[in-house]
Design a protein around this ligand. Structure first.
Ligand SMILES: [Zn+2]
Length: 134
């Protein structure tokens, strides 16, 4: 179960679950977002729609991906430019999650009953908007 912190390669990020997409953005710009990771604040903010846990899980994995990329490649702007491109990150994260789930390598603790037999979603599904804050 998702706790108050996510540890990414030894760095703890505080998890902020937001009930409103307008509360996710910590930059002060008040953009409406599903997720955001702030490296300077050490926070991952996620819009928590209890009726759509798939998107909630995707958003968490998406922000963790940004965090891993930042930790590994922060001194490589050429790589970071590619790994900050949402059109690259979204299908990578969705495909990674799909692979984990299809091979029973991950079990979400927040999966609703009745979803177990649900057809796997398309990996190219368009996500709502996220952001990285430096
Ligand atoms: Zn992103």
């Amino acid at each position: 179960m998702l706790g108050k912190y996510i540890n990414i390669i030894g760095t703890k990020y505080k998890v902020r679950k937001c009930k409103d997409m307008d509360d996710v953005d910590t930059t002060g710009e008040r953009r409406s977002l599903c997720g955001q990771i702030s490296y300077s604040d050490g926070t991952i903010s996620v819009y928590e729609d209890k009726n759509n846990l798939d998107d909630f899980h995707d958003t968490i994995l998406h922000e963790v991906f940004h965090g891993v990329a930042n930790h590994l490649f922060r001194n490589r702007p050429d790589i970071m430019q590619v790994l900050s491109d949402e059109s690259i990150v979204d299908p990578l994260v969705s495909s990674y999650r799909d692979t984990l789930e299809r091979n029973n390598l991950v079990k979400w603790t927040m999966v609703k009953e009745g979803k177990k037999n649900a057809k796997k979603k398309e990996v190219s599904k368009k996500r709502c908007k996220g952001s990285c804050a430096i």
